[in-house]
Design a protein around this ligand. Structure first.
Ligand code: SF4
Ligand SMILES: [Zn+2]
Length: 360
């Protein structure tokens, strides 16, 4: 498939230019307020050292917008090293000062894939978190093919009734966009089967298991207007199959990716912040599913952008409203430029910003 070849080729060049990281360089953590299932609560975010996403390391080259694999070791890491780095990061934050905390574990790929995170490391990490006594939620990410009954049984054997959320990068409900433009390599049915399996486990075994979908805003070769429509349709689809939460991820330009290649050639532009606001406001208006809007890269050259006057303000409001789930109320004169683009970009099928609207 053409998109796979292109992704693989660009990925191989990126690997040539950049040395793999050491496990210590991959590990990272921070501690913030976040919206949990029980309201706003302190949350520990941790990036675990892993070789990188198997999908990106394999023959597919991975997804067209993602460069997480470039920040990994590319080689398996022994359990002892993973646990040493995990415990080191755990000790850096005042987590025992809180009655309840949530923990988000990022594996730069799939937490549930034993190649990326060996089972004994996974088990030990979960045991340590449960033994802290105040961890009420554990959030992980996985591709749908690793969501297996066997793994969930093993996990709940350790964590008991602790809430466990599995976030899956569905990105879009449109199979053509996901397969041909994002190179995601799984179908909507694959996502739906994984979601149903988790819902079934919750029902039959009483597991405190939740599901979250990541929705990617503005893949390549999608106009600004289509990007808004597709993100909203994806949210509606997720709601219809009872996904528990949504997280919108507006595109930012990662190095060594297909999206970067198109951006450099002027054939791609990340979405307007206004488009992201339109999506989140529509979802908060029409659906009751909790929805977060990621603001990574907002206001930067490689990220979602409005104008110098409002980028920062909007970013702050979006972060604050992720906690309250309120709609974003804000005005700036650049909104007219955005409106002109979404109303006219389909005229010439442009996927980049239209600076001059043809008047005659
Ligand atoms: S988006 Fe997820 S599945 Fe795709 S390459 Fe990145 S980590 Fe892997
Ligand atoms: Zn503005």
């Amino acid at each position: 498939m053409e998109i796979e070849n292109l992704t693989k080729d660009i990925r191989a060049r990126a690997f040539e230019k950049k040395d793999p990281k050491t496990p210590e360089q991959v590990g990272a953590s921070w501690y913030n307020d976040d919206l949990t299932y029980e309201g706003i609560s302190k949350t520990l975010f941790m990036i675990l050292p892993t070789p990188g996403c198997s999908w990106a390391l394999g023959d597919s080259g991975g997804c067209t917008m993602c460069s997480y694999v470039s920040d990994c070791t590319l080689e398996p890491i022994d359990t002892e090293t993973i646990l040493r780095i995990f415990n080191d990061h755990l000790s850096r934050h005042p987590i025992n000062e809180e009655d309840k905390i949530s923990v988000k574990l990022f594996a730069s790929g799939s937490f549930l894939n034993p190649y990326e995170l060996p089972k004994d490391a996974r088990d030990e990490i979960l045991k340590t978190l449960v033994n802290l006594g105040n961890v009420t939620e554990i959030i992980v990410e996985s591709r749908p093919e690793y969501v297996k009954e066997e793994y969930l049984d093993e996990i709940f054997e350790i964590i008991g009734d602790t809430l466990f959320e599995v976030s899956i990068g569905l990105e879009t409900s449109n199979d053509y966009t996901r397969l041909k433009k994002i190179n995601k390599g799984f179908t909507r049915d694959d996502f739906e089967n994984a979601t149903k399996l988790m819902q079934h486990q919750r029902k039959t075994k009483g597991y405190n298991l939740k599901t979250k979908a990541y929705i990617f805003v503005k893949p390549i070769l999608v106009s600004e207007k289509q990007a808004i429509t597709e993100a909203i349709e994806t949210a509606e689809y997720c709601d219809s199959i009872n996904v528990d939460r949504l997280s919108f991820c507006p595109a930012t330009i990662h190095g060594g990716t297909v999206i970067e290649r198109l951006w450099r050639k002027g054939a791609y532009q990340p979405p307007w912040i206004w488009s992201c606001v339109e999506i989140i406001n529509t979802v908060r208006d029409e659906l009751s599913i909790p929805a977060l809007l990621d603001t990574s890269g907002f206001g930067s050259r490689r990220g979602p952008y409005n104008c110098k006057k409002c980028n920062k303000d909007l970013k702050q409001i979006i972060i604050a409203n992720n906690l309250t789930q309120n709609k974003i109320e804000y005005e700036c004169e650049c909104k007219n430029e955005w409106l002109a683009e979404i109303n006219n970009s389909d005229m010439n099928n442009s996927t980049v910003k239209v600076k001059h609207i043809p008047l005659y």
